[in-house]
Design a protein around this ligand. Structure first.
Ligand code: MG
Length: 265
């Protein structure tokens, strides 16, 4: 970690080399904005857990294929409606709607709603990528302010906490609170406000070309595309980074990338 810390450009004292006073270069950025899903956390396969949960709660075996189809429908519904989950009450209503999508997909009776909801919530489990916590710690030790900027409902902070990343970032901004989802620049503006920096002093890191790279650029924020290696536990964008955008395979590359000389201003 010592090497990472020294490479940040923050907190480096001026020193003397021979007769010359050498001033350490200032790091290019004061804040790192981070996408959540596909960047910091991933979803454990939910269908097997949904099937097992429904068996345990209601003694219904829907089969793995049907559970998979039902969860895909739920995810599609969630993505289209996640902005509705602004607070505890509206999130409760959104989850009820999602449970209904699953219940109908499975062809279960109206009376199965509560069991489906319980099984659904038990099936959704986000876990941190192994590189997330070490990278966040390294960036923070450099003095970087870390703000998660994500298309998510108001449960984002809880999801990060349950994935073990709760204390690893300084602030969390979700689209449901902002009322706009990436690539909308309003989401980035809200994250920059939380970070307390201007767009040119922040870098945004995410796994989607459309949402993260193009969205950040439209907001005047430099971006880095995380393109995890297929089969190594993460979704890889089909499209690579646009020309001029840095691309990394793992968050472990991030501290060194941000300290590279080309990034200094
Ligand atoms: Mg993502």
């Amino acid at each position: 970690m010592g090497g990472g810390q020294a490479s940040c450009g923050h907190g480096q004292e001026s020193g003397r080399v021979g007769d010359a006073t050498v001033r350490a270069p200032r790091a290019a950025f004061d804040a790192v904005l981070l996408d959540a899903f596909g960047t910091l956390v991933e979803l454990e396969p939910p269908a097997p857990r949904l099937r097992a949960g429904l068996w345990e709660i209601a003694r219904v075996d829907v089969g793995e294929a049907a559970a998979g189809r039902a969860f895909r429908a739920e995810i599609e519904h969630y993505l289209a409606h996640h902005l509705e989950g602004r607070d505890a009450g509206s999130l409760d209503a959104l989850r009820a709607d999602c449970a209904e999508v699953i219940r109908r997909s499975l062809g279960l009776a109206d009376g199965a709603h509560a069991a489906v909801r319980e099984a659904m919530l038990g099936a959704i489990r986000f876990v941190a990528y192994p590189d997330a916590a070490p990278a966040l710690a390294a960036l923070r030790s450099c003095g970087m302010r870390l703000v998660v900027a994500s298309n998510w409902d108001c449960s984002l902070a809880d999801a990060l906490a349950s994935a073990g990343l709760g204390g690893a970032v300084d602030a969390v901004v979700h689209s449901a609170k902002v009322g706009a989802a990436k690539p909308d620049p309003r989401l980035f503006a809200a994250a920059l406000e939380e970070a307390g920096v201007s767009p040119e002093r922040a870098v945004h890191v995410g796994d989607s070309v459309e949402h993260d790279v193009e969205g950040a650029q439209a907001a005047g924020v430099t971006s880095v595309l995380v393109r995890r290696v297929p089969g190594a536990g993460g979704p890889a964008d089909i499209a690579g980074a646009p020309p001029g955008t840095a691309e990394i395979r793992s968050l472990a590359e991030l501290p060194a990338l941000l300290s590279a000389s080309g990034w200094r201003r």
